[in-house]
Write a protein that binds this ligand. Structure first.
Ligand SMILES: Nc1ncnc2c1ncn2[C@@H]1O[C@H](COP(=O)(O)OP(=O)(O)O)[C@@H](O)[C@H]1O
Ligand SMILES: [Mg+2]
Length: 332
């Protein structure tokens, strides 16, 4: 399906591991008798991820973060758009098979994402079974133990069932499974938001440590900017299926330019009481509109203090407002 924008020939840039172009994911929703409406969960999103980089992806619940992750990994067939991995377009059965081995996902909820009736060994080995990545039973077992060690799980527990473990341990099992096929790229979909606050840092530190040791590249999804601030090289902000701003983590958190990001950042608590006293919280008017009724023009327009007539007419495209700093706003 060639849209106007994807029809332009795209030349991949070897600097990037993953390049996403004009990605759309629409879900048909029954909204009445014989009536379906397209829910535009992800609408024309483009971005790149460098090898070894962590790109944080933030935005309120329902803005399309999980859908982006799943669509990149082709767990959902993209409605439109292109995914390029290591300079190759993922568009054939062969390229998809190889991409499925090299790109994995750590899911948000370690309770629902692991089959409670499977042993840890079988869960962790699932990708190596699918991709036939072992020579014999002994080799398979050695690999399972290696993966369990990598995520700090006791190998004596390999024959236990997932339901016997705590949330934090379950997420370690999920991470071991994601690592099993020796991927280069991992989508971490809010990997700690279902866990006790006391163990969130442990799991994040482990993910960072694994990244350094194994040279992994992450798309790290969070609804809270403070979770990804420290671990991301760059951060992208989403609103109602659209990307609003993308910049280095430092630049985005210190000098946000998009009115939506500015309001998000104003809600992040600042530990320094002197700075904190000066901080003004910006409370947005209204609620996030239903994704079935995304406003015409800029999706943020109805809640934006700076909205003008132009904002009602056309949806602003992302453009570089400072070196490496992109934002989608007509008023910058
Ligand atoms: N499989 C699906 N079928 C229909 N609608 C979906 C599906 N998955 C997600 N959605 C809708 O798409 C929007 C984005 O969802 P999601 O990507 O899960 O957001 P986030 O991860 O940012 O919370 C939401 O309105 C959600 O209800
Ligand atoms: Mg989600």
């Amino acid at each position: 399906m060639a849209t106007e924008s994807t029809a332009k020939a795209f030349t991949p840039d070897p600097e990037f591991l993953l390049q996403v172009r004009n990605l759309k994911e629409y879900f048909p929703i029954t909204t009445g008798f014989m009536k379906t409406t397209m829910l535009k969960a992800v609408d024309d999103v483009s971005f790149d991820i460098r090898k070894g980089e962590t790109l944080g992806l933030v935005g309120e619940s329902g803005c399309g973060k999980t859908t982006i992750g799943r669509t990149i990994l082709q767990l959902y067939k993209p409605t439109a758009g292109e995914i390029w991995f290591k300079g190759k377009k993922i568009d054939s059965k062969e390229s998809l098979r190889e991409f499925r081995r090299q790109a994995q996902m750590v899911f948000q909820d370690p309770y629902s994402s692991l089959n409670p009736r499977m042993t840890v060994a079988d869960i962790v080995a699932e990708p190596i079974d699918v991709h036939k990545m072992y020579t014999n039973k002994k080799d398979r077992e050695a690999r399972i133990h290696e993966l369990m060690n990598l995520v700090g799980l006791n190998t004596e527990h390999a024959t236990r069932y997932a339901h016997e473990f705590s949330g934090g341990q379950r997420q370690r099992i999920g991470i071991a499974r994601a690592l099993a096929s020796q991927p280069e790229f991992i989508v971490c979909d809010e990997p700690v938001s279902a866990l006790d606050v006391s163990i969130q840092a442990q799991v994040i530190n482990m993910l960072e440590d694994l990244q350094a040791r194994l040279g992994l590249t992450y798309l790290f999804i969070a609804h809270d900017i403070s979770v990804v601030k420290h671990i991301s090289n760059r951060i992208a902000v989403m609103y109602l299926g659209h990307m609003m701003e993308l910049a280095s983590a430092n630049e985005l958190t210190k000098h946000p330019v998009h009115p939506y990001t500015v309001s998000l950042m104003s809600a992040v608590p600042i530990p320094d009481p002197k700075v904190s006293r000066r901080q003004q919280r910006i409370v947005l008017k209204g609620d996030v509109p239903s994704p079935l009724k995304v406003p015409e023009g800029c999706p943020f327009r109805p809640r934006c203090e700076r909205a003008t007539e132009a904002c009602a007419k056309t949806c602003p495209a992302m453009r570089e407002v400072a070196p490496g700093h992109f934002a989608a706003c007509h008023n910058l």
